[in-house]
Design a binder for this molecule. Structure first.
Ligand code: HDE
Length: 723
């Protein structure tokens, strides 16, 4: 880092010479907000050395007043977030389907700003809450900003925007005591959900491991709603958007998530920041599922229903570009906090569908910015500015930045020469898709929205055995935190409609009997007078019973890039073995941290020294993906005496992580739960993700192969693992 100490400012330099949007404090004097140079920023103005502070001290008052107003209302949902800059590159021209400029030429690059978030918690809450993750992308296109404001799950809890405040009130901390923070495991959430059959598909996702991602870089993103593409000829088709991470899709274990929340509540934020900082840039491919207009009604579900997805096996995802996040924000508040996304920020070639959830969102996002950012001029904040020049007749308002010269702020005009002009569609002017509508105005829902369970069942059936077990345990956990028995029973009743075994496993843990009927009217969303939505719910038979793309087990990639490996050492360690292992893992893109009983230099067995990156005082297994216990007799003897080292390895084993041990380190493992395994007749350590040096081949390659598997969930079956 450049040492800026004692570098005196150039007295000839004026603040006006600098770009006022970017301030880095270098080479300038300290000034007030009026540009007055400050001589003493250490002492307030007093009536005598020991006297009272004077009201006259405008420098003190300006500083404190600004400080007093440094917070703005946090987002009503998605308050906790982390973001990064990057670029989107188009792979192939999509001109056949859309005229959107950023999707026309292969190789065309568009800058982006991406914000990831949790939904329920406050701005300071933990990253590892069981929750949906927001996945918002702002494309700064030549035609204006396009925002794809999505989630890491492809469906949503409710079908109509009018239910959104109810959903959020139910999931947020309860209003009397503001408990619990960033958690859905409480009465009000499950009370609401148990009365909302339409939420059952999303509940399967939210209770699955998708809700506890290993990293923001290892999760999929989805536009959720069906949108429209419009081509140059005005022809429209339907489109669903997908982001596919190049590192694969991975999660942590629930027990691990709860521990990470204590050890490093910034786990995801730090991971995103550090990987960009170390140039291991996160990447996703953009995929689209395209449905021709004529095929709109050819599915056994409604494309406008946001509680449904289109299985990839029915409509394949076409990969059309890649997004790379390559720059961390300079200032969290100015960028990540002030960025304002809106599903209604569109470019020509993309349009809405009539999804009633999307339609409500189109109102909500500008409305929320007005109370959050405080002004209609939020588009002028640097992070929200379009790269395309903004010309219109809007004027004034709080904190207006633009200085509009001239007298004319209306259209049509002659005094301004007719400027600014409307653009024809051929000149890039946005025109809404012309959709024929012949309908009665009704407050209601289409009959086609009343299948609430078939895709919930599809999701459940598509999970691998460990994923099913995790989902079941998540429901058991959440409902055990509900202390109103009727809510638990109602929930189990609804689960019977998804899968009978799932319902009975959950009921068993709750100590209740599975009810024979769901206990809630499955068409409860009818209005009080029973008209016009008096439809009977139904469960369609889908053309597929399993959708492999829904299981994370099938979304691994052949890589260990950016995986974090803990190397446990003490004095007397075999430094050659450590360095060899480090080199091999780092060549594959993994990152290693040496962990020892103390910080500082660690003596090697051959006299070489090694620097410890962390001591057991702060190191915790839950933030690592794998553990390597290096050889060296004295080192192993010392680690055996270190309870934190034993705990570290047992905990990593409990969370199903790969563990590699040099020959000497076998003795260390004897002191852990893994030692019991060695006594079992049929125990195959490698199959269990434990890589031992049995003097045959090196252990680095099998260790890498094990890390590619991510986790050995089968270990959980024993349910006896301590730690
Ligand atoms: Fe949002 N949502 N939402 N939402 N949403 C907001 O806008 C809203 C919905 C999503 O990183 C708010 O600027 C309504 C679905 C993300 O800044 C607010 C409805 C999906 C983010 C709002 C929905 C989302 C938000 C709060 C039901 C996935 C974070 C702060 C009709 C497709 C954006 C803000 C960021 C944020 C309203 C449902 C995604 C209040 C009314 C479905 C990723 O305007």
């Amino acid at each position: 880092m450049e040492n800026k100490k004692n570098k005196r400012p150039n007295p000839d330099k004026k603040l006006a010479d600098l770009n006022p949007d970017i301030e880095n404090g270098s080479d300038t004097f300290l000034t007030t907000n009026q540009g007055l140079k400050i001589n003493d920023d250490q002492n307030s103005l007093k009536s005598g050395e020991r006297g009272a502070t004077l009201l006259e001290d405008f420098i003190l008052r300006e500083k404190i007043t600004h400080f007093d107003h440094e917070r703005i209302p946090e987002r009503i949902v998605h308050a906790r977030g982390s973001a990064a800059h990057g670029v989107f590159e188009c792979y192939q021209s999509m001109a056949r389907y859309t005229k959107a400029g950023f999707l026309q030429q292969p190789g065309k690059q568009t800058p982006v700003f991406v914000r990831f978030s949790t939904v329920a918690g406050s701005r300071g809450s933990t990253d590892l809450a069981r929750d949906v993750r927001g996945f918002s992308v702002k494309f700064y296109t030549d035609e204006g900003n396009y925002d794809l404001v999505g989630n890491n799950m492809p469906v949503f809890f409710i079908q109509d925007a009018i239910k959104f405040p109810d959903l959020i009130h139910a999931v947020k901390p309860e209003p009397n005591n503001e408990i619990p923070q960033a958690a859905s495991a409480h009465n009000t959430f499950w009370d609401f959900i148990s009365l909302m059959p339409e939420s059952m598909h999303m509940i399967m996702w939210a209770m699955s491991d998708r809700a506890i991602p290993r990293s923001l870089r290892m999760m999929e993103g989805f536009g959720v709603h069906t949108f429209r593409f419009i081509n140059e000829a005005g022809k429209s088709c339907f489109v669903k958007f997908h982001w596919k991470p190049l590192l694969g899709v991975h999660a942590v274990a629930w027990d691990e998530a709860t521990r990470i929340s204590g050890k490093d509540p910034d786990f995801h934020r730090r991971d995103l920041w550090e990987s960009i900082d170390s140039k291991a840039f996160p990447e996703w491919e953009l995929g689209v599922q395209i449905v021709e207009e004529k095929d709109e009604h050819s599915f056994p579900f409604d494309l406008l229903d946001p509680t449904k997805l289109i299985p990839e096996e029915m409509v394949p995802v076409k990969i059309i570009g890649k997004m790379t996040l390559n720059r961390n924000p300079d200032n969290f508040f100015a960028e990540t906090e002030q960025v304002a996304f809106h599903p209604g920020h569109l470019v020509p070639g993309i349009d809405f569908s009539n999804d009633p959830l999307l339609q409500g969102r189109l109102f909500s996002y500008t409305d929320t910015q007005l109370s959050r950012l405080g002004s209609v001029n939020f588009h002028e904040i640097p992070i929200n500015r379009s790269v395309n020049i903004v010309h219109n007749n809007q004027r004034d308002g709080h904190m207006r930045q633009q200085i509009n010269s001239g007298k004319v702020a209306y259209h049509p005009n002659t005094m301004g020469g007719g400027c600014p002009f409307q653009a024809k569609a051929t000149e890039g002017g946005f025109t809404s898709h012309v959709e024929r509508i012949d309908a009665n105005k009704i407050r209601g829902r289409s009959k086609s929205f009343f299948d609430h369970f078939s895709q919930a069942t599809l999701f459940y059936n598509s999970q691998s055995a460990p994923e099913k077990a995790h989902l079941t345990n998540a429901l058991r956990f959440e409902l055990s935190k509900v202390d109103i028995p009727e809510i638990r029973t109602r929930m189990v009743g609804l689960l019977t409609q998804v899968d009978k075994t799932l319902a009975s496993k959950v009921a068993d843990a709750l100590g209740i009997i599975v009810p024979k009927t769901p206990l809630v009217p499955l068409n409860h969303s009818i209005p009080a007078d029973g008209k016009p939505n008096d439809y009977q719910p139904f469960k369609v038979k889908l053309p597929i019973e399993i959708s492999p793309s829904l299981s994370m087990q099938n979304l691994k990639k052949d890589t260990i890039k950016t995986r974090q490996v803990a190397i446990l050492v003490a004095n007397g360690v075999d430094t050659v073995a450590v360095n060899n292992m480090k080199n091999v893992l780092m060549a594959e893109g993994a990152q290693c941290k040496v962990i020892a009983p103390k910080l500082g230099a660690i003596r090697g067995m051959n006299g070489n020294a090694l620097q410890a990156d962390q001591s057991f005082l702060i190191a915790t297994s839950v933030v690592f993906d794998a553990v390597y216990i290096a050889g060296g007799k004295d080192s192993i003897a010392a680690l055996i005496q270190e309870p934190d080292a034993l705990h570290f390895v047992e905990e990593a084993y409990k969370h199903c992580k790969p563990i590699a041990a040099d020959k000497d380190a076998m003795e260390f493992l004897e002191f852990t739960y893994i030692g019991n395994k060695f006594k079992e007749e049929n125990y195959v350590a490698t199959a269990d993700g434990v890589i031992l040096d049995e003097g045959k081949k090196g252990i680095s390659q099998p260790f890498i192969n094990a890390m590619k598997q991510h986790r050995f969930w089968e270990r959980e079956e024993e349910r006896k693992i301590p730690a």
